[in-house]
Design a protein around this ligand. Structure first.
Ligand code: UD1
Length: 419
């Protein structure tokens, strides 16, 4: 299994570009199932999760090709196998995103139930309840969801809890339902608006994405579109924290700064000087030790759970104490034990981590448990004395494009070791 070797102590300086957002790209790729015509994507990130989504669509009969400009075309006009098998679903929970489009377009889907994962049980009951309200019948049997519908009919749906992929799934399904659907208590993450934007480019009628209520007027069919995947706000946030931790000065290009509003605010409280313009963010933290910043995660526009692990490291090295509260997933502190092995002083109780800032941590051999936990271990390695080896980095390859190249370019000493 490949590992990352990091020799800590270097300051990160320089300029990098952000890659396309995984969490925007995954539902967009799933949405092509709704369409008989070709959809072309620009700026798709080269990530394991994207490959898994391609494999999933490919296994159902989709035609996926890469052209000379590195744009991907997807045609779903010949899907012949309406099943998402466990072997693929177990490697990526976001596979559930094909459910809504499949039922809407083909009236049938058989999808392996995603199991629990390192960060919590992550059920899909909100997706299924909403799909039932659109008229689908759902059967759970032998570890699979079987959904059927002669046709979906628009409905007024109030989600029991805020769910990102759940909102996306039902928004996609409603595009081909008969009549009007309203969705309330929806997720408002920027990726929801991005998906609505693509759906509308394909001829759907979606309004209100990014607000508390989304209205979708069903249409009979969708048509071809070309779409460029927007920048990954979590990737950008991770590099900003990395620079802040090492006392560096970096500029991140190709990013929409307003999507990182709360992350930028918290970094300023930690002592960073931040300037943004339309498409870039610059951070400077010249040799200052970070100040502690309390964090409490919640759905957008709140502080993203996907940035919690990275900020925990920033706080662990801060000049003072802080509290980090995780409100979205019940078990998202798996990185803490590994961070403590490197010399951090963090104790957890329930969904709360109490962090006593330390001046220095030391390199160790550590194990990644999930995507953002891996990122936090790499960040810790950048400031630890000596060598850190991060094991199980397949987690990081699911969501960070060429991370060791980007960090090396900024001045880090980081190498991928073969498995
Ligand atoms: C998405 C993101 C993930 C991010 C998360 C929260 C993608 C591909 N992934 O995951 O990176 O960390 O949003 O911002 O976009 N829940 C239920 N029942 C459901 C659905 C969710 O109880 O049917 C609970 C979950 O267990 C969790 C909370 O709701 O506690 C939020 O989960 P959700 O927004 O659905 O996360 P994902 O869409 O899986």
């Amino acid at each position: 299994m490949e590992k990352l070797l990091i020799k800590g102590g270097n300051t990160l300086n320089g300029e990098i570009s952000c890659s396309g957002a995984k969490n925007a790209a995954l539902p967009m790729i799933a949405s092509t199932i709704l369409n008989n015509e070709k959809v072309i994507f620009k700026n798709l990130p080269y990530l394991q999760d994207i490959t898994t989504m391609f494999e999933l669509l490919g296994s159902m009969g989709a035609d996926i090709s890469l052209d000379e400009s590195m744009d991907f075309s997807i045609s779903c006009n010949k899907l012949n196998d309406l099943e998402a098998r466990y072997e693929l679903v177990k490697t990526m929970r976001a596979s559930i995103l094909v459910l809504g489009p499949m039922v809407a377009k083909y009236g049938y889907a058989k999808i392996a139930l995603p199991g629990g994962c390192a960060i919590g049980s992550r059920p899909v009951n909100f997706h299924l309840d909403a799909l039932k309200e659109l008229g689908a019948s759902i059967n759970l049997k032998n570890g699979y969801i079987e959904a059927k519908a002669d046709k979906l009919i628009g409905a007024d749906i109030v989600f029991e809890g805020v769910t990102v992929t759940g909102t996306e799934n039902i928004m996609m399904a409603a595009c081909l339902a008969e009549g009007i659907t309203t969705l309330k208590n929806v997720a408002m993450e920027p990726e929801i608006s991005d998906l609505a934007d693509l759906l509308n480019k394909m001829g759907a009628k979606v309004q209100g994405a990014g607000t508390e209520m989304i209205t979708i007027e069903g249409v009979k069919s969708l048509h071809s579109a070309i779409y460029s995947i927007p920048a990954d706000r979590i990737e950008a946030g991770t590099y900003l924290v990395a620079a802040a931790l090492t006392g560096g000065e970096i500029k991140i290009n190709s990013i929409q700064p307003e999507r990182l509003h709360i992350v930028i605010e918290r970094l300023k409280l930690a002592g960073a000087t931040i300037n943004s313009d339309k498409n870039s963010i610059s951070l400077s933290m010249k040799s200052k030790r970070p100040l502690p910043v309390d964090i409490s995660t919640s759905p957008f526009p709140g502080f993203p759970t996907d940035m919690q692990a990275q900020f925990s490291v920033l706080n662990a090295l801060a000049d003072g104490n802080s509290v980090v509260q995780e409100n979205v997933f019940e078990n998202r502190f798996m990185h803490i034990q590994e961070l403590n092995r490197m010399g951090c002083n963090i104790s957890t109780q329930g969904n709360q981590a109490s962090i006593i800032g330390v001046r220095q941590i030391s390199g160790a051999q550590v194990m990644a448990t999930d995507l953002r936990a891996s990122a936090s271990l790499i960040l810790a390695g950048l400031v630890a004395s000596g060598e850190t080896i991060v094991d199980r980095i397949y987690h990081i390859d699911r969501g960070y494009e060429r991370i060791e190249e980007k960090l090396s370019y900024l001045g880090a000493d980081i190498t991928r070791l073969p498995g």
